[in-house]
Design a protein around this ligand. Sequence first.
Ligand code: MV4
Length: 451
Amino acid sequence: MFDKVLIANRGEIALRILRACREMGIKAVAVHSTADNDAMHVRLADEAVCIGPPAAKDSYLSTSAILSAATIAGVDAIHPGYGFLSENADFAEMVEEHKFTFIGPSPDHIRLMGDKIAAKKAVSDVGIPVVPGSDGSLKDAEQARAAADEIGYPVLIKATAGGGGRGMKVVESDAGIKEAFDLARAEAKAAFGYDEVYMEKYLARPRHIEVQVLADNFGNVVHLGERDCSIQRRHQKLLEESPSPALNEAERQAIGETVVTAVKKLGYRSVGTAEFLYEDGNFFFIEMNTRLQVEHPVTEMVCGLDLVREMIRIAAGAPLGYEQSDITFSGHSIECRITAENPDTFLPSPGRIGDYHAPGGLGIRVDSGLYSGYAVPPHYDSMIAKLIVHAPTRNECLMRLKRALGEYVIDGLDTIIPLHQRLIDEPDFVNGDYDIHWLERFVEGKKTKPG
Ligand code: MV4
């Protein structure tokens, strides 16, 4: 097992990884920018190394600063968390070249899944259902037109380097092809520096359901059920739950087994998430995430597994030590992402926390580095806490979540908590009747309705 691990991240996930390290008897080294001198993960770490100024590109995204810190601290391994360098194959490769262990998948698998066309082809070849679409990339508008005729309108043009919705264009008919193709390419070029695009059948009202897997270096693979992440706005998830209210047991088992079989054939290791659009009882793969995800706690709550601990064990060369039949699912879990944003305008609201009181009690988990007197820096993502609730049934989970949101005191800045309180009271949400566009409709509708 590792003696010392460097955590190449900040905020709640740095603290989450630090906690796993401590429970495993591993020394944790924090790295931080000058904006994070007073952050909780820095305070609690065994060692902390300042790696640069506030701008992420000069600190949390600086491979040279992070590798220097790792060398100085003499660590065995590096955990990238999520975001920042977590899905950067070149970084994972550099980590290994410097004789540290990268706590995550192989650089080759990260690279493969980063290319959305290659990823679709690879998973399709091992039996995962994908969205019908163009056979590879589109060279010009004429090829796009031919592909759309084949697929049938409406279609969606996507960036090969995409993810997060940038460079995506819906096309309703033949007349819109040329303009959408040119726009998608231009946007892709601007966002990723790479203008290759491809096409898919556009699914109008799907749910976003993702399957969590865990794989070791010896071909042992298990799935840990699914998460429903359909409650999102502008590609930012607000709330996730497991299990999905849309699936029955047979569907859950079938998609889980399909993903496990595929992941075995790909020789994938560590944690991974297969993202699907789910519509009319069918699953369509869109992307695979090769990192620990923000919403991993809902899976932990229903499976009773510590995913960060498992990632570290796998990276250290340990076998899983259990199989699919050992994985049991218990109850329901919901995570609310708490951001420092105005709940009506969504404008960021950084600043100093006054009074702070986190909810507690049975079935409540708060993953956050917040404390009274802490100043939320303006330089990074606005997510400041995750409230995760677990209960025997979805109804009890909703009641407990409502209770916990009511207890949460974060004074001194705006948070999105009032929006969570409104949304979990909505009949559609209570009934589990929502798709990926539901929250945007809800937020828009609220503005025009009186009261
Ligand atoms: C789609 C789609 C509909 N049809 N693909 C958005 C980001 C990227 N990860 C994939 N995305 C979508 N791909 C087809 N063929 C709709 C979306 C989409 C979406 C997907 C998941 C969660 C939220 C979303 C919000 C808008 C659009």
